[in-house]
Design a protein around this ligand. Structure first.
Ligand code: DX5
Ligand code: ZN
Length: 225
């Protein structure tokens, strides 16, 4: 599996947002992770569809925008983010009793956009496995969503291992509290894609940090196989 590194724009300096978006591409990231919070699914608010358009404007053509909808109604908003340039839409399986997961996944895929299914730390692997056929990637939250800068929850590692064993070809992503050490733990458990917000944006040389993160994750992922 290809190791992927995705800086989360949530940790960027908002005063210079355009430059921060450019910095992500210049640093050699694989995609930009855009966190969308609705004040209902999570207690916080963050960006809007126009932020995806801003990312598209400042990124090189075709650079992937990985949009993480922490919303109770991702079915209402997915298309608006796609219109504004998002190339992956991730939404939460905790909403499975309220929204039709398969219908939403099909709608997103029909627009040639990737589908990411997200599970919170306390949602079991079985829930992700039940819907894995309609996912292009599975995102395991390693914090409870809502805020950047939280600590990595290591209790999620067995779930990552279980998912990797069941889904050897699936992109398995982690998000929350990712740094050199925690990324290595997740990679050794089978994750191949890593969202990092505060850790990457606080670096003076984001490019060097991404290079080291990629090298460490590659080694940990391969040694675990
Ligand atoms: C958490 C968000 C994350 C967040 C990660 O609600 O989904 O993407 O930005 O931030 P760090 O890397 O600082 O934990
Ligand atoms: Zn996120």
């Amino acid at each position: 599996m290809k190791i992927q590194i995705l800086p989360s724009l949530l940790a960027a300096n908002l005063a210079t947002l355009g430059d921060e978006i450019r910095r992500v591409a210049d640093a050699g990231a694989d995609a930009l992770h855009l966190d969308i919070m609705d004040g209902h699914f999570v207690p916080n608010l963050s960006f809007a569809p126009d932020t995806s358009a801003l990312c598209q404007k400042y990124l090189p053509e075709g650079f992937p925008i990985n949009t993480h909808l922490m919303m109770t109604n991702p079915d209402v908003y997915a298309e608006r983010f796609i219109e504004k340039g998002s190339t992956t839409i991730q939404f939460h399986l905790e909403m499975r009793d309220q929204i039709d997961i398969r219908a939403l996944a099909a709608k997103i895929r029909a627009l040639n956009v990737r589908v990411g299914l997200v599970v919170n730390p306390d949602t079991p692997a079985e829930v992700a496995l039940e819907y894995a056929d309609c996912a292009d990637e599975i995102l395991c939250m390693t914090v409870f969503p809502g805020y950047g800068g939280q600590s990595f929850i290591a209790d999620v590692l067995p779930k990552i291992k279980q998912l990797r064993q069941a889904l050897p070809e699936m992109d398995i992503m982690v998000d929350g509290g990712v740094n050199f050490e925690t990324a290595e733990l997740a990679a050794a458990a089978g994750a191949n894609a890593f969202v990092a917000g505060s850790f990457l944006f606080k670096q003076t040389d984001m490019g060097a940090a991404i290079e080291e993160l990629r090298a460490r994750c590659t080694a940990a992922y391969c040694s675990a196989k």
